[in-house]
Design a protein. Structure first.
Length: 180
């Protein structure tokens, strides 16, 4: 829903075929990382090829997380007509509860806060407490390293997400109406 002109410019610059190849590779890496992150959270072994990146997830968990309460949680909010899959729901070492999303992007942006606001809404709909929203960037070019961004402006992010959701539902009204 959010325009990304830099992505369009990049696609035009490198060519559609090469861009599609890069994006497929990035999607595959992200899928492997999320699978490894889930295994790390439950203390299961991971494949050796992804281990250097799993080490970053392990380091994040060791440094910040008191207890893993759920991974890859699929939640829906039928009232607002949306759903999502949380990478991690946990209690942090300071006693607060957090939704965490793992990212392999080059940087963590404000837009990631919108996704986490949506996840917080889903958690609250299911009576799960949320005090913090964190995006964890696993650095693809620096295996084992991670960075964390906490999103503070929760109400602003919720309002922006709900506005985008309303627009999406409006745009897809005919399709959404048939699915109801």
């Amino acid at each position: 829903m959010i325009e990304k002109p830099y992505l369009d410019n990049w696609r035009h610059r490198v060519g559609r075929e090469d861009a599609d190849k890069v994006l497929r590779s990035a999607a595959e890496f992200g899928k492997k990382l999320h699978g490894a992150a889930q295994k790390v959270a439950w203390h299961e072994p991971v494949e050796s090829e992804i281990e250097p990146y799993a080490a970053a997830v392990r380091a994040f968990l060791d440094k910040h997380v008191l207890e893993v309460l759920g991974t890859e949680l699929e939640l829906i909010n039928p009232d607002l007509r949306f759903g999502g899959t949380l990478d991690l729901y946990c209690q942090l070492k300071d006693g607060t509860y957090a939704v965490v999303d793992y990212k392999t992007t080059a940087q963590l942006t404000r837009e990631h806060g919108l996704q986490l606001a949506a996840y917080a809404l889903l958690c609250r709909k299911h009576d799960l407490r949320v005090n913090r929203r964190l995006a964890v960037r696993v650095k693809k070019n620096r295996p084992g390293e991670f960075s964390v961004r906490q999103f503070e402006d929760h109400q602003e992010d919720v309002q922006a997400f709900l506005g985008l959701l309303e627009f999406w539902l409006w745009r897809h009204r005919a399709a959404v109406g048939r699915a109801s």
